[in-house]
Design a protein around this ligand. Structure first.
Ligand SMILES: CSCCC(=O)C(=O)COP(=O)(O)O
Ligand code: ZN
Length: 203
């Protein structure tokens, strides 16, 4: 994929996430891996509902800007961490939905999703009859330190699902390409909303 194609895809994905209500204010960031050392990613502080291709820039595999003076997403190192760990990851999405924010504030170390048909969007077999324990990490403004915590989690749980939540902050999800990542994010946000609603009605 060329950088121009990636920028178009990322801009369209940002507008889609905004239409869903998952990226309020300037929340969220989005990337596509173009090669071993090239990642197209959203610039910091852009509103995802108004995204155009010029809101996307290039960084290297360590998150360093390839454009003099340009500022990539503050959370770029979290994207790099996913690409470094998972060779199959081709696109990463990060959003701040009400469901992932509220649920993560109440959760312990994970949010258990079980019995949902849409669990098929996650690895583990072509059935709803699986359980996904979505990891929840404490929020941290020190992004290198936060990435170290994510790496420690993956070291301990090599079968962790292709997503995690940062408490009171937002969700990270990835897939082989943008279509796969967005399908997974849509499935996950649907299940989290169901989980939230169930909690509300069982009180
Ligand atoms: C206003 S949201 C706070 C920052 C954040 O969590 C986020 O997702 C957006 O940061 P970026 O630097 O990618 O714009
Ligand atoms: Zn964020």
């Amino acid at each position: 994929m060329t950088f121009d194609d990636a920028a178009l895809t990322i801009a369209a994905s940002g507008r889609h996430m905004d239409a869903k209500g998952w990226v309020p204010a300037t929340a969220g960031n989005i990337s596509i891996r173009l090669g071993p050392e090239d990642i197209a990613i959203t610039r910091s502080g852009r509103h995802k509902g108004q995204m155009v291709p010029a809101d996307v820039m290039l960084v290297d595999g360590d998150g360093a800007s390839r454009e003099a003076g340009a500022r990539p997403s503050y959370e770029t190192l979290l994207h790099c961490g996913i690409y470094r760990r998972f060779v199959e990851a081709g696109a990463v999405l990060h959003g701040h939905s009400i469901a992932n924010t509220v649920l993560s504030r109440r959760a312990g170390a994970s949010i258990r999703l079980a019995g949902y048909e849409l669990l098929k969007a996650f690895p583990g077999g072509p059935t709803h009859d699986t359980v996904v324990d979505l990891p929840v990490l404490d929020n941290d403004q020190d992004i290198p330190r936060l990435q170290r915590a994510v790496d420690a989690l993956w070291d301990d749980a090599p079968d962790a699902p292709p997503g995690y939540v940062i408490r009171g902050h937002g969700v990270y999800v990835w897939g082989a390409d943008m279509h796969a990542a967005m399908t997974r994010l849509e499935a996950l946000e649907f299940m989290l909303l169901c989980h939230l609603e169930e909690g509300r009605h069982s009180r």
